[in-house]
Write a protein that binds this ligand. Structure first.
Ligand SMILES: [Zn+2]
Length: 408
């Protein structure tokens, strides 16, 4: 129903607190685990940022075309907070040579009933030489009418990273994973990483490794207080790494002895960048830290696809969200939606219940698990000085170009 809107110039009313009224919002087009054509918008804050997000609204990233392959489509959903479904909204893209408006067609009205729930579809029209943004605007009445909402679309030319897979037999115990496991994990990780323009490709030869003399068969035991430089982990990560690739080792189990007691498979993976690895060189009997990551046999491919993308974040120098570590983990709408949130599961009652990652019925895709919901896969793209590494996409891409995924 229409409502009256009174406009004041706040400069003429010193005691009036200005309020910003948002008529529409842009949100993720789906509400469960990540899919490749539904980028998760960075809707933190409203600061104008000329480098990364120059629209009054959220920002989201899409990959440029992959060689001869057309760039994937990306859906973005419009929520009419203060507009009726009958209000005609016309999307426009400031630089149509950079981003193609697939649906609705350029100049056409956004139809609330098709393709459903006011969902827009866009696609990168070309791969720019460097990361380049354009603005998606929603106009009232016609394509040249007043703008009632806008967001930034950032087109990211693809950075390829080759993954070398290793399957590690420990004290005679072999993991149950195989080549198909690597394929499934890379598929799921690439769905998440598309929003940062990073694409993993698996080296065709999966390398079997053998090591003995560790504490438990088929298991890495994290014995030190600093897991990144654990003796057993470092020994495994130095098994025949390929110098031109990101080396990923799958083991049967990871036990965390260092935290007291035997925490069996609480740790899903450990990722280490070349910067961190180089900080702990060989010393005495210690073989030295090494770049790459270790994960264990996945018991849920969606969950471990998330782990794959999260550990790749660490390999590309990302810290946990806002660099907050246990027991000071930052838990709010944005951190729990984020790929660098400290935990893959969050408990019920947290904001994640209503932000799009915990809607599944019991059992579907393994959610919820033991009363917990999954954290999200959003990759930050905006720049805020008050949030550490707020522009995660830029941080990852810079690190990838600097080769922090390569061995030391
Ligand atoms: Zn982590």
């Amino acid at each position: 129903m229409p409502f009256p809107l009174h406009l004041f110039n706040p400069q003429n009313f010193a005691r009036l607190t200005p309020r910003r009224v948002s008529l529409v919002r842009f949100v993720r087009a789906i509400d469960d685990v990540a899919v490749v054509d539904a980028s998760d918008p960075d809707d933190r804050g409203f600061d104008l940022d000329p480098t990364f997000a120059n629209a009054h609204g959220p920002a989201f990233g899409i990959s440029g075309p992959d060689g001869a392959t057309t760039a994937q489509q990306c859906r973005i959903r419009v929520i009419r907070d203060r507009l009726e479904p009958a209000v005609p909204l016309f999307p426009t893209i400031a630089d149509p040579a950079l981003v193609t408006q697939v649906s609705p067609a350029p100049g056409a009205v956004l139809n609330p009933s098709f393709p459903g729930d006011d969902t827009l579809i866009v696609r990168a029209a070309r791969a720019p030489a460097t990361d380049t943004s354009t603005t998606l605007s929603l106009h009232f009445g016609s394509a040249t009418g007043p703008v009632v909402g806008e967001c930034t679309i950032r087109v990211l030319p693809i950075i390829p990273i080759t993954v070398k897979g290793h399957l590690v037999t420990i004290n005679g115990g072999a993991p149950s994973s195989n080549r198909a496991t690597f394929d499934a994990l890379l598929l799921r990780a690439n769905i998440i990483l598309a929003a940062a323009g990073i694409k993993l490709t698996l080296d065709p030869v999966i390398q079997p490794e053998n090591i003995s003399g560790l504490r438990t068969a088929n298991t890495i035991s994290l014995l030190n207080s600093t897991a990144h430089f654990d003796s057993e982990l470092s020994q495994v990560m130095r098994l025949r790494p390929l110098s031109s690739a990101l080396n990923v080792y799958i083991v049967g189990n990871i036990d965390q002895i260092s935290s007291g007691g035997n925490n069996h498979n609480v740790v899903a993976g450990v990722g280490i960048s070349s910067v961190r690895a180089a900080s702990r060189p060989p010393s005495g009997t210690y073989v030295g830290g090494q770049t790459g990551f270790v994960t264990r046999d996945p018991d849920d491919l969606d969950l471990f696809g998330w782990v794959f993308a999260h550990e790749l974040g660490h390999v590309l120098t990302l810290e946990h969200y806002n660099n907050k570590q246990v027991p000071n983990v930052q838990s709010n709408n944005w951190s729990q939606r984020n790929i660098m949130y400290n935990h893959v599961n969050v408990f019920t009652g947290n904001p994640v219940n209503s932000i799009g990652y915990g809607i599944h019925g019991a059992g579907a895709l393994g959610l919820p698990v033991n009363g917990r919901f999954r954290s999200g896969a959003f990759i930050g793209i905006k720049q805020f000085t008050r949030i550490f590494q707020s522009n995660q996409s830029f941080t990852m891409r810079t690190a990838a170009n600097n080769g922090t995924f390569l061995i030391v």
